[in-house]
Design a protein around this ligand. Structure first.
Ligand SMILES: CC(=O)SCCNC(=O)CCNC(=O)[C@H](O)C(C)(C)COP(=O)(O)OP(=O)(O)OC[C@H]1O[C@@H](n2cnc3c(N)ncnc32)[C@H](O)[C@@H]1OP(=O)(O)O
Ligand SMILES: O=C(O)CCC(=O)C(=O)O
Length: 385
């Protein structure tokens, strides 16, 4: 673990980061991006430095295809890929959009095969038919193993071998219902890598709160690519979050993403606005409280060293500064600092005199204190003198 808090010089492993905000992200219940919002998000993602965009699902509608074509026309400096089911009609719809790549998704668990009334022989036959055919129209053809983490490992291994033999450029291992954990991801990817040299991608879902950790582990285990979405937006509890994973990779000191982390905050704000999904205060990296401190011990140390109680500095991820709030857990150093910021110098003894009033007020209000309340508390010093 890189512990200095500063983001290391670029020299590490280069993971391939695929952003699926415009495909899986928009599949979050109730989320609809307008064409203009899709463009804005795509431009910001390109500017942030992701390697590939899963830019949408062309089979949905002509309107969807038009939005994709507009993004294609901008010739952004990253690969664009369209999503498709294992169905020629979907791939044909993708052909009409002009993306460099197409991603073809296959069911691989017994449950999904049963729901579709198919068996693995059908998967094999579709792989052999669709992948070589798609290669005539796209520079890059990837395939997905849907519900891979609930599939029989031997069948999944066979899928990877078959997809590779058919010419798939990369194979997505999808934790479709988010049941994996870092230990199981390490074992599964290890098993698949020992069976085939094919390029693997991991697609994590966050149903158990492990998506980012699982994506990170997948890279450690040998995947060359991971899919993520901005703020983790996606089906149900969402996907691995781009902002969390990219910072975790950089801070590990081992990876060199091309991500410009100073752009993450703005990007997340753009997606939050377009999706109508508020960013939770405690959201890593971009949440309001990610750089907010109240505890006296933390504030006293932070005033001496900004990394004492933070893993990285706010400006490294495009945030302005950390913020000290005054409340129930404040100590004298924080209180002295707060008042000095208002041009009011108080001694440590005076701060210690005010702290019980601060605590009582915070207990009564059940929150941090507001400026006018602190002003009133300060005025009690004058009464005392
Ligand atoms: C885990 C994932 O993220 S998968 C991606 C999920 N994304 C979406 O569903 C995108 C939005 N979806 C849509 O707009 C519509 O559902 C459409 C256009 C895709 C399809 O609509 P419809 O034709 O009305 O089908 P419907 O949605 O009812 O059912 C899905 C069909 O896809 C089939 N299907 C599902 N997965 C696959 C697959 N990987 N390959 C081939 N067919 C598949 C199902 O068997 C079902 O087929 P059926 O209609 O013959 O029973
Ligand atoms: O592309 C695929 O095959 C997987 C699709 C997906 O989003 C998932 O399974 O969670």
């Amino acid at each position: 673990m890189h512990t200095s808090g500063s983001i290391p010089l670029k020299s590490g492993i280069r993971p391939w980061i695929i952003d699926t905000t415009l495909r899986d992200g928009e599949q979050a219940p109730g989320v609809v991006f307008s064409s203009a919002e899709k463009m804005e998000i795509a431009l910001e993602l390109a500017d942030t430095g992701v390697n590939e965009l899963e830019v949408g699902y062309p089979a949905i509608s002509e309107e969807e295809r038009q939005s994709i074509r507009k993004i294609v026309a901008r010739q952004l400096p990253l690969r664009l890929s369209s999503w498709a089911r294992a169905k020629w009609q979907d791939i044909e719809d993708a052909c009409r959009c002009g993306t460099e790549g197409v991603h073809i998704s296959f069911p691989v668990s017994a449950l999904y095969l049963q729901l579709m009334e198919k068996d693995y022989a059908w998967v094999q036959q579709q792989l052999h038919e669709l992948v070589p055919r798609a290669k005539k129209y796209f520079n890059y053809v990837t395939v997905g193993a849907q519900d891979a983490t609930r599939a029989e490992p031997e069948l999944l291994k066979q899928f990877v071998l078959d997809a590779d033999a058919c010419g798939a450029d990369r194979i997505r291992i999808a934790d479709t219902v988010g049941i994996a954990n870092p230990v199981s991801v390490m074992a599964l990817v290890g098993l698949l890598k020992s069976a085939s040299p094919a390029a693997l991608e991991f697609h994590a879902h966050n149903d158990l709160g492990m998506a980012t950790a699982n994506a990170f582990t997948a890279l450690e285990a040998g995947c060359s690519a991971v899919s993520v979405s901005v703020t983790g937006l996606g089906e149900r509890a969402g996907n691995a979050a781009l902002e969390e994973l990219s910072v975790a990779l950089e801070l590990s000191g081992k990876y060199d993403t091309r991500i410009d982390m100073t752009k993450l905050s703005r990007l997340c704000a753009t997606v939050s606005k377009a999706s109508g999904r508020v960013i939770q205060d405690q959201k890593p990296v971009v949440g309001k409280s990610a750089f907010q401190h109240e505890s006296g011990i933390h504030c006293a140390a932070l005033l001496k060293h900004p990394l004492s109680y933070q893993p990285f500095l706010p400006d490294q991820v495009g945030r302005e500064h950390h913020e000290l709030v005054i409340g129930k857990h404040s100590g004298s150093a924080a209180l002295q600092h707060y008042f000095s910021g208002k041009g009011l110098v108080i001694t440590r003894n005076e701060a210690n005199h005010l702290l019980p009033i601060v605590r009582t007020t915070a207990n009564e209000k059940k929150r941090a204190l507001k400026a006018h309340e602190l002003e009133r508390i300060y005025s009690t010093l004058a009464v005392k003198q």
